[in-house]
Design a binder for this molecule. Structure first.
Ligand code: SF4
Length: 423
């Protein structure tokens, strides 16, 4: 790995020799992170407070969440992509190693060299294994586990305006089975926000989006939701969409800490459906994009998945969102229904996706059904004699869908691998 690959957005950087730790040590400070690279074999990335965030050791990438969970991924010699979660003991080894490297790199830091790099490196030295554990416990006192986010929202500030999923019965999803659905009161939300602000401290300014969690925060009735979003908006300045040029520059100068908008999951089947006018009110409060788990356009498969939505409801919701000026992220579940539904899943999902009023700024996500994570689904599929698709078959399913889609320019297509998620 070349030092240059770490350099976009670099604010401060220094390279020095420090045998036996490494021939060359490179320290880089960016707005979002501090990187420490040892020769070309190891890279450690810490957040600006000094918490370990990512590491690259012996060809394996590690990523740590604020709740202490760590995932790693690597490429096998035959080119296959592998990924798994680490046990606490394994994660501790990575934390200990990263801390040791930070200590040694600081010990070898040249006298008189860039004090900013040194200062940031010293912050990483304050974070031993126990400090990381204490911090994870603190995080989990503020948040219910952040079960999942859309991949483009991994760096958002999560606010749990609601907890859990009001439906919580889709067979393939057990993200929120550990909690009851609840909507925070205004006072509870204010307290939650204060604790979130206290936890993130200065690093809050590095997160430029607000994600309204959990599974379907916008399901709350409008008369309850609007005051909650107003509290969010009063606390976190949201960049206005109706300013341009000098006016926008002046607004930005007045708001050095600002956010692009609010984002959230939404479902298409909720009993209380929002009108265009209500969605427009949410847009004016700062909601910029919502994510819809469409899963499939095959309605019998939806029933098998126990997801109570219809294609017409998806269409109506996306139409209304577009009219209100809100972008969408649409999630398709590759492999759903295994071999039994494979053909209908592709055909009817393509038909549905091609009817949606896509526009620039929308995202189409392809998410593979991960069987060990799939809750009741695996058992029900086995009982029904359904064979799961292999990763290769799911890859082909995606290719078939993509090959028949007619999406306008500016609509991104991306992979949504739930196993990669840590917050
Ligand atoms: S897929 Fe969405 S609606 Fe279904 S249980 Fe999971 S979070 Fe709830």
């Amino acid at each position: 790995m070349e030092a240059q690959t770490l350099s976009p957005g670099l604010l401060h950087g220094i390279e020095y020799s420090a045998p036996p730790l490494a021939e060359r040590v490179w320290v880089g400070v960016k707005r979002h992170a501090i990187s420490l690279m040892l020769d070309e074999r190891e890279v450690y990335t810490f957040d600006p407070s000094g918490r370990l965030w990512m590491a690259f050791i012996d060809g394996v990438n590690y990523k740590r969440g604020l709740d202490g969970r760590m995932v790693c991924k690597w490429i096998t010699p035959d080119g296959a992509r592998r990924l798994r979660g680490l046990t606490t003991e394994e994660a501790d080894i990575v934390l200990r190693w990263a801390h040791q490297m930070a200590l040694q790199a600081t010990g070898a830091y040249p006298d008189g060299a860039d004090p900013i790099c040194r200062q940031y490196l010293e912050r990483a030295c304050e974070w031993d294994v126990q400090a990381h554990h204490r911090d994870a416990r603190r995080f989990l006192q503020i948040y219910k586990p952040v079960s999942i986010l859309p991949p483009d929202q991994y760096l958002a500030v999560v606010l749990q305006v609601t907890e859990g999923c009001h439906w919580n019965r889709c067979t393939f999803c057990d993200f929120y089975r550990d909690r009851r659905f609840a909507i925070k009161t205004p006072d509870e939300l204010r307290e939650h926000i204060a604790r979130v602000q206290d936890y993130f401290g200065d690093t809050l300014r590095l997160r430029n989006r607000i994600f309204l969690a959990d599974a379907n925060a916008l399901v709350a009735p409008q008369r309850i939701l609007v005051p909650l979003l107003q509290i969010v908006r009063d606390t976190f300045p949201i960049e206005p969409t109706d300013l341009t040029g000098e006016e926008l520059n002046r607004w930005r100068e007045r708001h050095p800490v600002r956010f692009q908008g609010m984002y959230s999951f939404i479902d298409a089947f909720t009993g209380y459906r929002k009108s265009v006018q209500e969605l427009r009110e949410l847009q004016q409060l700062g909601v910029r994009r919502v994510y819809i788990g469409v899963e499939t356009g095959c309605e019998p498969l939806l029933r098998f998945l126990r997801k109570p939505q219809s294609n017409e409801e998806v269409l109506q919701l996306v139409d209304a969102l577009k009219e209100a000026g809100i972008s969408v992220g649409i999630i398709v579940l590759l492999g759903a229904g295994g071999d039994r539904y494979a053909e209908a899943h592709v055909r009817e999902t393509v038909a549905l996706l091609n009817r949606l009023p896509w526009s620039k700024g929308d995202i189409l996500y392809f998410s593979e059904l991960i069987e060990p994570y799939a809750g009741e689904y695996t058992q029900l599929a086995q009982e029904a004699g359904i064979r799961p698709l292999t990763p290769e078959q799911m890859g082909r399913q995606r290719q078939e869908m993509e090959g028949s889609l007619h999406l306008p320019p500016g609509v991104q297509r991306a992979t949504y691998d739930i196993r990669e998620f840590v917050y």
